[in-house]
Design a binder for this molecule. Structure first.
Ligand code: PHE
Length: 456
């Protein structure tokens, strides 16, 4: 039996795949989460560890994921099963689908804030904020409002469902092609604005001057988690997108392009935000509210700020949409491939179920804010579980599967499709991938885990 699946929809073009995958990678993780996690973990040292994780672990794993998807043309559960005929490995795919579901549930909450802020911007609310404290209070007032927070979470969910419902080319690909380039231009403009604010150099220093005394096992686990989260790795999103990819295109080249774009956007966002944080004398440690406290004040101070503020929150919302649809697509692909559901039904049902499971995350910012376990709210727990546990664990198993279970030699044969010329020109790339995926990536992930639970 061939594992080719000829009815499967495909990306319309190579660029379409890159932008859709970059659209999945670039999202709240880059513009909202990266800055605040950097802020909470002491700045530059964290960034360096994150960059190392991206190069040494993220790159080989993203190649492995796309390859598994493209070779089998299946969702994560089907992909592992097709190549191993093992229930254990299929359940690793299942863990990925579950992680996608969990992430979608809380992702839509934060994306909802961004959605809601489009209307704040249109109403000119930011014009009143002379101080970051005022912006912060306004943010706190909004997220304390259950109707506001759950309402926008719901609206955001509906938009994500819409794209997945429309399908790979007409929904996901078309949406990404329009919005990703615009997002990039706007963020770049904001970075320039940040750099030209007074005291910008303090922000730059915070970003690029490492204080290693702040680093411990938890910091490294956070950096690893952030690398996985921002690259949409370890749960099968890249696998699912890879399953719609043509064998004529080169996986390593695409992987490098996706990682490059994703990392660039995170760093640009970091510069834009930390220059503004220091210029307006704010606390780097503001947590999930950071950009909502910071940016309104910056917009207020910049010429044309009214227009930029509207555009910015539209674009942030769109960046979040292109990521959320990749999360919903993983669950949808699973139900379409394995349970023979229609795409439309799967998208609607699981979009709504993820919304329902996300409501306690939304309530973590108001009525449930004092309900904590290990000092974390419900939101804090699901975020930690998914980003810092499930994704790295998924990445570990993906690396082990490709290198050891499926087998490196078979993987290579398939990886050469579309990349023959590249490997002929740079033969060391194959050796590099082999060392990373077989040894370094799994061992490093394992050590980070042991260390973070205090085993050494
Ligand atoms: N990479 C997305 C972001 O940075 C989040 C995401 C994680 C999307 C995992 C899909 C899978 O916002």
């Amino acid at each position: 039996m061939s594992i080719q699946n000829s009815n499967r929809e495909n990306w319309g073009s190579k660029l379409g795949f890159i932008l859709a995958a970059a659209g999945s990678a670039i999202g709240l993780g880059n513009i909202w989460k990266f800055p605040y996690v950097v802020g909470e973990n002491g700045g530059a040292a964290f960034i360096i560890i994150y960059l190392i994780c991206t190069a040494v672990i993220g790159l080989p794993v993203i190649i492995a994921e796309i390859l598994l998807g493209r070779t089998t043309q299946r969702n994560p559960v089907g992909a592992f099963y097709a190549l191993s005929k093992s229930k254990f490995w299929a359940s690793i795919g299942g863990m990925g689908v579950f992680a996608g579901f969990v992430i979608l549930s809380f992702y839509s909450v934060v994306a909802g804030w961004s959605f809601g802020y489009i209307f704040e911007a249109i109403n000119g609310v930011f014009n009143d904020f002379q101080t970051p404290q005022a912006a912060g209070q306004h943010f706190e007032a909004l997220v304390s409002n259950v109707y506001w927070i759950v309402g926008f979470q719901f609206l955001f969910t509906l938009v994500s469902i819409f794209f997945v419902y429309r399908g790979v080319q007409k929904g996901i690909e078309q949406g990404s092609k329009i919005m990703m380039p615009v997002l990039f231009v706007l963020l770049f403009i904001l970075m320039i604005r940040g750099l030209t604010l007074p005291n910008a150099e303090k922000g730059i220093e915070f970003l690029f001057n490492a204080d290693w005394s702040l680093v411990n096992g938890q910091t490294v686990l956070m950096a690893l988690g952030q690398a996985f989260f921002t690259l949409s790795l370890g749960m099968g999103a890249m696998m699912t997108y890879g399953s719609y990819m043509s064998k004529k295109n080169s996986i390593p080249t695409s992987a490098i392009q996706i990682i490059f774009l994703d990392t660039l956007i995170a760093l640009v966002a970091g510069v834009a935000i930390f220059t503004a944080v220091f210029a307006t004398g704010q606390d780097t440690n503001a947590g999930p509210g950071l950009i909502f406290h910071t940016l309104p004040v910056v917009f207020n101070k910049m010429p044309g700020g009214y227009i930029f503020s509207i555009l910015f929150f539209i674009l942030l919302t769109i960046a979040a949409i292109t990521s959320a649809i990749s999360l919903l697509e993983v669950i949808t692909a699973y139900f379409v491939d394995e349970r023979k559901w229609s795409r439309k039904k799967a998208a609607i049902v699981f979009g709504i179920v993820a919304f329902v499971f996300g409501v306690p995350s939304a309530l973590s910012f108001n009525v449930l804010s004092d309900t904590t376990l290990f000092g974390l709210t419900y939101y804090g727990i699901v975020d930690y579980l998914a980003s810092n546990i499930l994704l790295p664990l998924g990445g570990f198993f993906i690396a082990v599967f490709v290198a050891w279970r499926w087998g490196f030699d078979k993987a290579i044969v398939n990886l050469k499709d579309g990349a023959g010329e590249l490997f002929a020109k740079y033969p060391w790339m194959l050796l590099g991938w082999k060392i990373l995926i077989k040894y370094l990536a799994p061992i490093l992930i394992f050590l980070v885990f042991l260390n973070s639970i205090g085993l050494f």
